[in-house]
Structure formats: C-alpha cells, structure tokens
Design a protein around this ligand. Structure first.
Ligand code: M6R
Length: 600
C-alpha cells in the first residue's frame, strides 16, 4: 500500500526519491508525488498514475538536498492529482506524506479545522493543517507535531517538511512500517529497506509513537514524552539483485522459478550440523504446551494455513483452527484453555492480522509469526518468529512465499511431532528435496501450461477450481491467483459441494480445473468432473503421476501425498500468469491491489 521515502544530505534528492518510489511500486499505488526543499522553499510534484507519469512532470532544473516522496493507494478520496501526497498546510509552510488511516480524521476536522478550506478529501491533509494550527498558537514545530500525534487514532507513518528549516525531516509512526536509513553525511527514510538500498543497507527500526528528527548527520529518536532513545542500526540483508527482475519479463515469473531454490534454502536454514531439522526449542515448547493452535492469516497466507493445519494435525497431533484475520477480530470463537496463535504473513505487515495480534496479546496469549520479512511488525510484536527465507517477493501475486510457508509449516510440524515422540514414516528432508526437484520439472513445462491457459482461459468470463481435501485448498489458491491477476471471475470449490448449489453456475464451455493428487479421493473427484462435464463444462484435470488417467490434461510428478500442495500449486500459478498475459493484464501490479495491505 502507500509507501514513503525521504532523503536529507548533500546530493540532489529528486532522483534518489524517484528511484526509491520505483522500488516501492510493488506495494501497489494509484498516484505518487515528491516534495523537495531548498533555500527557495518547497517544490511539490504529484500526479495520478505511475511513477513514470510523476517523473515526466518533475522540474529537473530544481536542485534540492532534502525531500520526501510517496506512493498513494487510495483510501480517503479517489485516486487523483489533488488527493495524491504530499499535502500542504494552509500557508504551505508544512508538507506531509502519510501512510495509514486516521480513524478520527472527521472528528478532528470538525473540532479543529472549521475555518480552514481543505484542498483534498484525504485524512492526511487534516494532520498537516492541524500541525500548522498548533504552530500558529505558539508551539515550536516539534511541539506542534507531538501534540498533533497525540490526537491521532489509527495508523500512520509520517514524514514532514518545514519550509523554514531545510535541515530537518520530522518522522513518526504508529502501526504502519517506517525505517530510518543511515549514511555518511546523509540519512534517509523509507517504508521498506528495499527503497533505499540504492544508498545504504544500515537501518534503524522505529517504534510506535516515537518522534524522530532526521538531519543529514544526526538522527534523534524521542518518545512522545520527550525521552531520547538510543538504538543500534541493523544491516538489511538484501542484495540489490534480489529486487531486480533480471532477464525476466515479470517478477511473478522470476519468483515462480525461484521456488526450488527457496525450498532447498529453507531446508538448509532449518537443519542442524547433523542434518536433522531443528527449530528454536522455545517455539517447540509453546507448540507442546498448547491444547489448540489458532492460525490467523489473509489471502494466500490463509490458504497456506489451511494446508498447515493438515501438516500439524497429521504430523504432530495438535488440533488446529484456521481463521481469516479480518473476520477473527469481530468474531472471536470460544477459545481453548491454552491457545497458541500462529500468524502467517509474507509481509509481516498485514493490518488485519496485526489487529488480531494486538488483541490476543492483550488477552495474554502467546504468538508465533511465520513471515518472510525479519523485523516486520508481526515479527517484532509476536513472542516468536520463523522466517521463510524466500527472498523479497515483489509481484503482488504471492507465489514463492506460499510454497515457503508450506515448507516451514511442514518442518514445524515434523520437529514438534518428533519432540512428542511421533516419528514420521518418511524423511521430510528427503521428501522436500524431491518436491524441489518436482517444482523444477514443472517450471520447465511452461509451454505445456501456457497452452492450457490459452485453451481454457484466454476469453472465458469465469472459471472454477475443484478438489477434495488438500486439493480443495490448492484450488482456492489457484482461483485467487487467477482472479487477482487476470480478473477472470474464479472460485474454488470442494468437489462434494458442487451438487449443493454451485453446479447451477456451470454453462456450456465453463472451464473447471480439477485437482486429483490424492489417492483416497481420486475416484470421487473424477465423479465430480463427470457431473460438471455432463452439464457442458470444459474440464481440465490436473493429476499426479501414479493416479493419472487417460482423460487428464496435465500430470505433475509424484511427491509424498502430504506435500502435494507444494507441487500442484505450480501449474495453478503458471496458468494464472499465462492467462493474465493472454488478457494483456499488468501481471505484477494488478488493478486495485497492494502487495502489503497495511490498512484494516
Ligand atoms: O503479507 P501477507 O501474507 O500477510 O498478505 C496477505 C494477503 O494480502 C496476500 O496473501 C494476498 O492475498 C496476495 N496478493 C495473494 O497473491
């Protein structure tokens, strides 16, 4: 969602800000802007559309060593030049960029800004106007900033410029991610380390409700009550090449192809010197002490959670419930006596999941976060973290994070099971190796999969995915992948449920992609395929070697039956990718979506 960058130093800030914003494009946005400040004042450039549109309106002749930039994903007010950030106060003295949602902005507007004509529909403008108001009442800028922050309810990451002081950027955050990056004679601000890797890999974490005064040679962190905090920087372990597309046409394709490597890396990271899988004993204790695990997640991570439940229950014998985070907060089920919460989140920033984490922490329960981003909010705020080690995932459609989540959940289940005296009848390290090889085979079958996408999905209005058991969960993920990047109305259904309503949707030629990777339900899912075919559907059966039949359209290599989701999801991802290409959609940046969903 919205992204923030800032630079203060000796170099011209324009290009650094624009390049930083380009690196944040993956988060999703619909307008962008920068404000740069020199002795002549603040110059604001903002535009609806892409960074390339913004670039074309930036006056290259203006040189400025201080600046802030923003990508906006509309929440309050339509995507437009007027609603794009930065926003300015009435006199234009203050300029602000904001990520997050101010829940009480309307109340604040009515209470403080009766006499002010607002130029935009945003909650952000309310903040910057109030800062100026308080400053006009005689407060210093820092005091006005602090007082304003104390009024805000909701989430924010803020970077503020004061036209009368081009040596300072004021920064603060609450619930939304924001980092300060350190350099020699310059400092930067960024929603995500990736944005500023171009100039530094040294970053300082900020805590909620701190005020940070960023100068080119000094960063001062204060609590809201004015106590100065010292905090050591960390090194962002990212390689610039991790965030480049290289020779790939799209990040999504690159990330699909990275999956065998990611699985092998995860196995390595979770192996001890003897080669046995290992996990922090504190986490295993928590897994053993609980009487029920509650997995909380959204979107693709939720689908990984559904498969994770199978792993944990079947391998470690611990009961698991899986919940959609945006629902859980309003609809908390009757909890067991000693619950353990597992948050699954690629980004570690999903606001819906974070809201649940805050709530269950207040209730005194323990939480484990499984995430791809070390230092992310969900990781920091949970008791324990397991990392996915998938490398940055840039495409909005999650691919390698899903398979990484499954691999880590399988390892967690195995190590927990072992600690409870349950020995698997198979060697997980070996089976994950076989799975990685099988993914490689599938990634080499792109032409065949592209042909499926062309045949079934090039022009269709809708498509259905069916499966039973673990295949149903992969079907849900296949449908999500397809709908989010190709805009085909796609839904996943449990094969047995068709006759209870869904089958009414089947028309002549409706594509139905059926997964058949489980021996126990092989015949019943094929029975469901016959039912839809009899009603005119165009079925496409994807089965696994050993279970295949003559009518199957595609056969995936054989892997352990519990691990099939790691493999069967690959054709789902590739089918979605090629369908989106055929329909000329923006594969990496689908409309209306953001990579990191930081608003509830
Ligand atoms: O970062 P998270 O895993 O918490 O994100 C959750 C969902 O927003 C995410 O999985 C989303 O569904 C993906 N775009 C799906 O490809």
């Amino acid at each position: 969602m919205c992204g923030i960058v800032g630079y203060i130093g000796n170099n011209d800030s324009k290009e650094i800000l624009l390049r930083g914003l380009e690196k944040l494009e993956y988060r999703g946005y619909d307008s962008a802007g920068i404000a740069i400040m020199n002795d002549n004042g603040v110059h604001v450039f903002k535009e609806k559309g892409r960074i390339a549109d913004l670039r074309s309106i930036v006056d290259q002749s203006v040189q400025a060593h201080t600046g802030i930039g923003h990508t906006r994903w509309a929440t309050h007010g339509v995507p437009s030049q007027l609603n794009a950030h930065p926003h300015q106060s009435a006199s234009s003295r203050f300029t602000l960029v904001h990520n997050g949602v101010i829940e009480n902005y309307d109340l604040l507007k009515r209470e403080y800004l009766q006499g002010v004509t607002l130029k935009s529909d945003t909650d952000t403008e309310v903040i910057v106007q109030i800062i100026e108001l308080f400053m006009n009442d005689g407060l210093t800028v820092k005091e006005a900033f602090r007082k304003t922050l104390s009024l805000l309810k909701g989430s924010y990451a803020l970077a503020l410029l004061d036209e009368e002081d081009n040596e300072t950027i004021y920064v603060a955050k609450n619930k939304s991610p924001l980092l300060v990056g350190l350099g020699d004679d310059f400092n930067v601000v960024a929603s995500d380390a990736m944005a500023m890797l171009q100039v530094t890999n040294q970053f300082v974490e900020l805590m909620d409700k701190e005020i940070v005064i960023v100068k080119k040679d000094e960063v001062t962190i204060e609590t809201l009550s004015g106590d100065v905090m010292t905090r050591a920087p960390f090194t962002a372990e990212l390689d610039a090449s991790d965030i480049e597309k290289g020779t790939y046409p799209h990040y999504m394709l690159k990330e699909i192809d990275e999956q065998p490597l990611v699985i092998r890396r995860i196995v390595q990271k979770y192996q001890n010197e003897q080669g046995a899988l290992t996990i922090d004993p504190e986490i295993i204790n928590a897994m053993n002490e609980t009487d029920r695990i509650y997995i909380i997640a959204a979107g693709t991570s939720y689908h990984a959670g559904l498969v994770g439940k199978q792993f944990i229950e079947k391998i470690a014998n611990v009961p698991v419930e899986v919940h959609i985070s945006s629902e859980f907060g309003y609809n908390i089920p009757l909890l067991s006596e000693n619950p353990l919460f597992i948050f699954i989140s690629q980004s570690g920033e999903t606001a819906d999941s974070r809201a649940v984490l805050v709530e269950i922490k207040e209730m005194g329960y323990k939480a484990l976060t499984i995430t791809n981003v070390p230092g992310s909010t969900l990781s920091r705020e949970a008791d324990y973290t397991l990392l996915l080690h998938a490398g940055p995932e840039i495409a909005v459609a999650s691919t390698k994070a899903y398979t990484a989540q499954l691999a880590v959940l399988a390892i967690l289940a195995e190590v927990t099971g072992k600690s409870r005296g349950i020995d698997l009848d198979f060697d997980l390290v070996h089976e994950l190796g076989i799975a990685a090889n099988a993914i490689e085979v599938l990634c080499d079958s792109k032409e065949e999969i592209e042909a499926i996408a062309r045949e079934y999905l090039a022009t269709t209005r809708n498509a259905f995915f069916i499966g039973r058991g673990i295949d149903f969960y992969v079907g849900l993920e296949g449908a999500l992948k397809l709908k989010e990047i190709s805009y085909i109305q796609a839904e996943g259904f449990a094969g047995g449920e068709l006759k209870h309503g869904t089958i009414a949707l089947i028309e002549n030629g409706t594509p139905v992609i059926a997964l058949a990777t489980q021996e126990s339900v092989n015949l019943s899912i094929r029975g469901n395929v016959k039912e839809v075919a009899a009603r005119g559907a165009n079925p496409c059966i994807i089965s696994m070697k050993g279970l295949e039949m003559e009518e199957d359209r595609f056969v995936i290599p054989e892997v352990h039956s519990l691990l099939t989701p790691l493999i069967s999801v690959i054709p789902m991802q590739l089918i979605a990718y090629y369908a989106a290409l055929h329909r000329e959609c923006d594969v990496d940046k689908p409309r209306n979506l953001a990579k990191s969903v930081t608003v509830e």
